[in-house]
Write a protein that binds this ligand. Structure first.
Ligand code: GAP
Length: 443
């Protein structure tokens, strides 16, 4: 069930070009969405902020971009062909199918009774090459993690890293979810931001505790409100087949029964994967400890976040409606004003340049100013409609700074910079604008 807030977010996302239903002219495809002109910017900014804090600013992390298609033996060794199942139930009356753990005793669509639950493998099958026989069969990866595990020996050799160190990867993953839904929360094609952090077995509890905290700080540092986010420790019986302990970072999504649902999982995968690949392939998946002169199979801590869920959570977290509007000087009054309070690092456009009138003496320099800002940041330019309306258009998509070029600007070479959140206006010299914004936008 979508709440009113979700309906508003979905509507804003469509109206302003964040997210569209995939394959729309053909009636769509359930569980597949397209990110529009603003959506792709927000998504890219989420991924860039993750990479910056988890890779660039650390000395113990390297990156990887592994193939989505992998040898089927990978999925057999990793346990996914055996364990990646959800229990499926089917309504005896309308024949709609559901994940057993997501429904009660009767069908939510018609009230009918369910069949016995049966296991359903979530991996999307495909075949590689011109002959679609059994040998050509493999799966679209259901997690990016296995690419990191199978490349562990070569990453170790080429990066010359010592334990502890981690490998980060951002990429698409696919699951044939029984019931995709809640907009981009649960989809069949999605993107993950995953870290496999390799450490000595005895150091894994410390590494787990540190990543747990570090990952929470990352969300909070991007403006996630404390009341919207929390830890959830899994009971032993609910752990994935590879995990010795998992904590989720949950977000208060405005749907579902209790609202709270998974944004990111932080798992202690022990040596499960490296040992499994060593056994199945006969290759070495060890780290040589120079001091003790022994080979060890590292243990792994895995913080794994969904890009699409992050996207949705940041939209929900930032969305605010102000009845009557915030401004008393424009036609905004009496309307409901929407402000998307995205962290500046995430905002699709960092700035918008708005000439006060369409007269060439203003639009000429305003366009030149826009071009100079565009060499650094995504910058919008808008000369259509009243200034109040243009401010509100930018507020609604989360642009942190609007820059107005007015008649005085022609003489004093200054512009007005309006802050999205405080609505404060500062008069800034055009020559000072880039350092001014750089300071405000630094992350
Ligand atoms: N490698 C570990 C792993 O894949 P997971 O908890 O199954 O763990 C990690 O997935 C994250 O990927 C989740 O926290 C969620 O954000 C995202 N995710 C998983 N399934 C998803 C789906 N069907 N749609 C959108 N995001 C999904």
């Amino acid at each position: 069930m979508q709440t009113e807030k979700m309906e508003k977010i979905v509507s804003l996302a469509k109206r302003r070009g964040f997210v569209f239903a995939g394959s729309a002219p053909y009636g769509g495809l359930q569980g597949a969405w397209d990110y529009g002109p603003l959506g792709v910017l927000l998504k890219n900014n989420i991924k860039a902020a993750w990479w910056k804090k988890n890779v660039q600013e650390r000395g113990d992390m390297v990156g990887l971009d592994s193939a989505i298609l992998m040898n089927r033996k990978v999925w057999e060794a990793s346990g996914h062909t055996k364990f990646m199942f959800d229990d499926l139930v089917e309504c005896r009356s309308c024949h709609h199918r559901f994940r057993r753990d997501k429904v009660g005793g009767e069908c939510p669509d018609c009230g009918g009774t369910f069949t016995e639950a049966r296991p359903f493998n979530l991996m999307l099958e495909t075949s590689v090459g011109p002959v679609a026989d059994e040998a050509a069969k493999t799966f679209l990866r259901p997690e990016t993690a296995q690419g990191i595990f199978v490349e562990f020996p070569l990453i170790l050799e080429t990066s010359r890293k010592k334990l502890p160190f981690g490998v980060a990867q951002i990429g698409k993953a696919f699951r044939n979810e029984i019931t995709p839904g809640n907009f981009v929360f649960r989809t069949r094609e999605f993107e993950q931001m995953e870290i496999e952090y390799f450490c000595r077995p005895e150091d894994s509890p410390k590494a787990f505790a540190e990543w747990r905290e570090r990952r929470m700080q990352w969300w909070l540092g991007l403006g996630m409100r404390k009341e919207n986010i929390r830890f959830y420790d899994y009971p032993k019986e609910a752990l994935a087949h590879y995990s010795a302990g998992t904590t989720d970072i949950q977000f208060a999504f405005p749907f579902g029964s209790g609202g709270w649902d998974e944004l990111e999982g932080i798992a202690n995968r022990t040596d499960f994967d490296l040992s499994a690949h060593a056994k199945a392939s006969g290759e070495e998946f060890t780290f040589f400890d120079d001091e003790a002169k022994v080979k060890i199979i590292p243990h792994v801590i895995e913080p794994s976040a969904g890009v699409d869920r992050a996207f949705l959570a940041f939209l929900i977290n930032g969305y605010e409606e102000i009845a009557g509007g915030r401004s008393t000087t424009t036609e905004a009054t009496k309307e409901v004003e929407t402000v998307l309070r995205l962290h500046p690092a995430l905002a699709p456009y960092k700035a918008a340049v708005l000439p006060l009138s369409k007269k060439p003496e203003l639009t000429g320099p305003a366009r030149a100013l826009t071009a100079s800002l565009r060499s650094r940041w995504m910058t919008d330019y808008d000369e259509v409609a009243s200034i109040g309306r243009r401010y509100r258009r930018q507020d609604e998509i989360g642009t942190p700074f609007c820059i107005t070029y007015d008649f005085e600007s022609v003489d004093d070479r200054k512009v007005t910079v309006r802050d999205r959140d405080t609505m404060e206006q500062a008069r800034v010299a055009v020559d000072e604008l880039i350092p001014y914004l750089e300071e405000k936008l630094k992350y």
